[in-house]
Design a protein around this ligand. Structure first.
Ligand SMILES: Cc1ncc(COP(=O)(O)O)c(C=O)c1O
Length: 435
């Protein structure tokens, strides 16, 4: 019998990794207090919990005016609307990200122009950004993916030279810092998700950090059905109800208190993981840019040498899941998401501008290699599992490495299937033994 769990051996770990979110009586008390106050919703906007959360959130991140709202997708749509970006304007987005980064411009009526990522960071490639700029380009959305940050020095220089708005999609990067500056505070806007899996979570929710007071006022008006936020000014805005509730904010206030300690713990364990991984043949870590002065560990990506292991990331992560280590392979390249296929999505923007949605003609080699061959993703919970959790993971990879001669056959024998309704969500892959 082989050592590998997939072939009947003993898995390296039987205990699950710690669950998320973490909570105790503090959340229950905060929610109870809000329930008893009778002030549950977001109207009149903003409510007291939301105001307190907004102040504490921007203090924690290190700047900006925080406008909480219902999620971390609407945040980007609202930022674009506040900046006057809409129908037919172009917004540059990276090919390696969750669909929200490109869905938000479409919801605002703009065309997402997809560009490739840098092989060092897996964040947007500034050279590709510069090449994609035309007279119609109005904004760049960068994504600080996994434990990385985009090269904000280069992106801000390009934006300045071409008079473009910069939105930082910091859904993965609460608390990360670029040369000491908080992620989400460098561009014109920072967009944060507070969705259940995120490292500051309230179940659902989002925060838009705005650099400029007028933009923050417009954003607050847009999410509150267009109501003016300054009685002295009549700022007509097209708005709808994207308000956040006081019950969500009650959870958020506790989450903010928990965050610094959780962040330090994850960061310490990520350093330990890297120390261990750097000694395993066939494993390649992403580069660590010295300007990334503080990392945030929502997700973590490393790469495998497909020649060395004789398989791609699907088979590798599938074999690791059998060992009790919850790896996955992250996002598909953006142009494969069904949402952006005009014939499937039937959305107004792809229908009106089909020339920008000819995905068969598009190619993003760095993203495709990362997504479909080399990159392995893991979640924040691994970094809360102590040294034992990290060591189990490392033992699992070492086991695969020792048994790598078996992996090509496993790839042959198992069809690794995408187990989602469509490709608009992160791919969860499961191996199914071929008949
Ligand atoms: C990179 C990125 N951007 C945006 C979002 C959207 O956030 P939400 O689910 O709060 O709308 C997510 C959520 O998974 C994300 O990972």
């Amino acid at each position: 019998m082989s050592e590998l769990a997939l072939l009947g051996g003993q898995p390296v770990r039987s205990e699950p990794y710690p669950r998320w979110p973490v909570f105790d009586d503090a959340e229950i008390q905060s929610i109870t207090k809000t329930v008893l106050s009778g002030r549950w919703g977001g109207s009149p906007h903003p409510g007291p919990n939301t105001v307190e959360f907004a102040t504490k959130f921007s203090e924690l991140i290190g700047g900006g005016i925080a406008v909480p709202m219902i999620n971390g997708t609407i945040t980007m749509e609202v930022a674009l609307r506040a900046a006057g970006i809409g129908w037919g304007d172009k917004v540059i987005v990276p090919a390696y990200t969750f669909q929200a980064t490109a869905a938000a411009p479409m919801a605002a009526g703009a065309i997402p122009v997809i560009v490739d990522i840098s092989p060092d960071s897996y964040c947007i490639d500034p050279i590709a950004v510069e090449r994609a700029i035309t007279s119609k380009t109005k904004a760049i959305i960068v994504v600080h993916i996994a434990a990385q940050m985009a090269d904000m020095d280069a992106v801000m220089d390009i934006a300045k030279a071409h008079n473009l708005i910069v939105i930082e999609d910091a859904a993965h990067a609460h608390g990360a810092c670029w040369r000491g500056m908080g992620s989400g505070t460098i561009g014109d806007f920072g967009s944060f998700s507070l969705h259940s899996a995120k490292i500051i979570t309230t179940g659902e929710g989002g925060v838009l950090l705005c650099k400029d007071e007028e933009m923050a006022e417009l954003a607050a008006s847009i999410i509150d059905c267009g109501r003016a936020k300054d009685p002295e000014k009549v700022n007509f805005t097209m708005g709808v109800n994207y308000r956040w509730s006081e019950l969500h904010a009650a959870l958020g206030l506790v989450a903010l208190e928990r965050f610094p300690e959780q962040m330090a713990q994850r960061s310490q364990m990520a350093d330990y993981l890297e120390e261990c991984l750097s000694e395993i043949p066939g494993i390649r870590l992403l580069k660590r840019d010295p300007r990334l002065t503080r990392r945030s560990l929502y997700r973590y990506i490393f790469n495998i040498d497909t020649e060395h292991f004789g398989c791609n990331n699907d088979t590798f992560s599938f074999a690791m899941v059998a060992e009790g280590i919850p790896f996955d392979t992250g996002y598909p390249p953006m142009h494969r998401y069904h949402l952006f296929q005009p014939q499937l999505s039937k959305l107004a923007v792809p229908a009106a501008f089909p020339e920008f949605f000819d995905f068969d003609a598009m190619s993003f080699p760095v993203t495709e290699t990362a997504s479909e061959k080399e990159s392995i993703w893991m979640s924040e919970s691994i970094f809360r599992s102590g040294r034992q959790g990290i060591e189990d993971l490392v033992r699992g990879i070492q086991k695969l490495e020792r048994n790598r001669d078996k992996l090509p056959q496993i790839a042959e024998d198992y069809a690794v299937q995408v187990e989602t309704i469509n490709q608009n969500t992160k791919m969860l892959k499961r191996g199914v033994k071929k008949a």
